[in-house]
Design a protein around this ligand. Structure first.
Ligand SMILES: Cc1cc2nc3c(=O)[nH]c(=O)nc-3n(C[C@H](O)[C@H](O)[C@H](O)COP(=O)(O)OP(=O)(O)OC[C@H]3O[C@@H](n4cnc5c(N)ncnc54)[C@H](O)[C@@H]3O)c2cc1C
Length: 505
């Protein structure tokens, strides 16, 4: 009799559904359990919705930033811009309905392809059953359906890919109307007039930039010296400059201690930071944010983006021998194994690198390993990532921090886009290409691109890092004239010269 391996996957995001597809292709009997819908938070509330919203913001910024320079005039320009009125505006209700429609359609497509591959999809909440491994090495997964009924499944291998949820501070609880987390913004029918974004990590920066482009007056509260702590400092500096130039109020080295909704009384509509807001004359609900230096700022809405908590509580993990770290994340090795035999984990709940692409890779690797296929352990040093602000910030491989702390010996070059002919034609002023290579061999070990569509431009550097290409090889490949990618080849050429000079000195 042929032995068929039974796989149960808890969580249907990229970590779970990509694993399900691979396991089914490899001949396993696969069940996937999800409580919200396949695609997970990535498709239904986080990655896909935010990038769809940003697609509208991108058109607005691109147009606003350069239409005059490119020689475009609008009827309202001829009549003279009315104070503060923009040439174009957005219907947020319509944008959000499009966001939700696309997310649901994508979740539906994923469910169809997973089902077509022969995977059983169960709607419900899954947890590991007590009692650890059975004599035959199998594990129990208990599934509770929406109606409260439960069923028990047996699996030769279990994959936990349950993702994360937004972190909340006790004095800043989202109400879904005025105080929002990043999942709740898509219910807004009207653009927040004055939006305070708390948190300047990737999520905070992306939303702050997007709402500013859509027309909100944005205040960004950052607990650090600059936005995007942990990212390339030159890239973060460019972005913060752009944010400020476009009128964003970036408040650094401050934490939000409390956020509350107030029924404001003011004579005049005051902007954020107004000491008067909330004093005279009723104008409707507002939010007040108390900062760590005692100041109170006010706006019409507040978006909280202060990190995420793994969905690992109450899942029977520790009882089953699965080790969690101090943040509640599941500890895994590079082939996605946990400390409990037969239990794998993938995606954000492991905290390895919170990206959809990494979650999917970890999930696939888990299945290759569980089902005895050839497996390449996860290599974090070749991961490409992108921050979808304007300009975008794309990164791959070793970073400036790795070089400065001595983790990687590398020579660096940064080439501003200002000198690129295509950038000049397109009215692009902000951004750069940065490359890192090994001093002796010239092998490219990392890079950063800050530019519109940096997410597309990073791929050539990604290929170089992944294949140990040298700066000479990157410089030798043709680029189109004129193109932004010409700056990558030029950076490689200059790095070749610098490397030579440094080896001769
Ligand atoms: C605002 C935002 C924007 C982002 N943008 C990007 C981006 O542009 N690119 C990128 O690569 N990444 C992006 N990310 C990160 C990306 O969304 C995550 O890395 C990705 O969702 C991780 O996938 P996952 O499979 O681990 O979990 P998820 O996508 O979170 O899916 C987990 C699923 O498990 C379900 N679940 C949880 N517990 C249980 C249980 N006990 N039983 C059954 N089901 C359960 C959940 O309901 C969910 O459906 C973004 C994140 C945020 C917050």
């Amino acid at each position: 009799m042929v032995h068929v391996t039974r796989i149960v996957i808890i969580g249907g995001g990229p970590g779970g559904y990509e694993a399900a597809l691979v396991a089914a292709q490899l001949g396993a009997e696969v069940t996937i359990v999800d409580r919200d819908g396949l695609g997970g938070a990535a498709v239904l509330s986080d990655c896909v919705p935010s990038k769809t919203l940003i697609a509208t913001a991108e058109v607005m910024t691109g147009f606003d930033a350069s239409y005059r320079e490119l020689g475009i005039t609008l009827a309202c320009d001829d009549q003279g811009d009315e104070a503060g009125r923009r040439a174009i505006s957005v219907d947020l209700g319509k944008v959000n309905r499009r966001v939700k429609r696309l997310a649901i359609a994508q979740s539906h497509d994923i469910t169809q392809s997973v089902t077509r591959a022969g995977v059983t999809v169960l709607r419900g909440t899954g947890r590991l059953g007590g009692g650890g491994q059975a004599v035959d090495g199998s594990r129990e997964v208990v599934v509770t359906a929406v109606d409260g009924s439960t069923q028990s499944l047996r699996a030769d291998a279990v994959l936990v890919a349950t993702g994360v949820h937004p972190r909340e501070a006790p004095d800043a609880r989202p109400d879904g109307e005025r105080i929002l987390n990043w999942k709740q913004v898509y219910d807004l029918e009207e653009l927040p007039r004055e939006l305070i974004v708390v948190g300047s990590g990737v999520t905070g920066a992306e939303f702050a930039g997007a709402y500013q482009a859509l027309g909100s007056k944005v205040t960004l509260v950052s607990s650090r010296d600059r936005v995007l702590p942990g990212e390339d400092p030159d890239a973060a500096e460019v972005l913060e400059d752009v944010f400020r130039r476009r009128g964003m109020n970036v408040m650094s080295r401050l934490r939000a201690e409390a956020v509350k909704v107030v029924s404001a009384r003011t004579d005049v509509a005051e902007g954020p930071s107004s000491p008067k807001a909330g004093k005279e004359g009723r104008v409707g609900d507002r939010v007040e944010v108390t900062l760590s230096d005692g100041r109170v700022i006010s706006g019409t809405h507040c978006l909280i983006a202060i990190g995420a908590i793994p969905n690992t509580e109450g899942m029977g993990l520790e009882e089953a021998g699965v080790k969690l770290n101090d943040w509640g994340q599941i500890v895994v090795d590079r082939v996605s194994r946990t400390s409990a035999p037969g239990v794998y984990a993938a995606g954000d709940c492991t905290g390895v690198f919170m990206l959809a692409s990494v979650a999917a890779m970890q999930g696939r690797i888990a299945m290759y390993h569980a089902l005895g296929d050839a497996v390449q352990p996860l290599n974090l040093k070749t991961i490409a990532s992108n921050i979808f602000t304007d300009p975008e910030i794309a990164t791959v491989g070793y970073t400036a921090a790795d070089v400065s702390c001595g983790k990687m010996d590398a020579v660096e070059i940064k080439l501003p886009l200002r000198g690129n002919p295509r950038a000049k034609m397109q009215g692009i002023r902000d951004g750069f290409v940065k490359l890192f290579c090994r001093p002796g061999t010239g092998i490219v070990v990392g890079g950063v691109v800050v530019a519109p569509r940096a997410s597309e431009l990073i791929h050539s550097i990604s290929l170089a890092v992944d294949n140990n290409l040298t700066v000479e090889q990157v410089a030798g490949a043709f680029t189109v004239y004129p193109s932004l990618s010409g700056s990558t080849a030029e950076a490689a050429r200059q790095l070749h010269i610098r490397k030579r000079a440094e080896s001769e000195s």
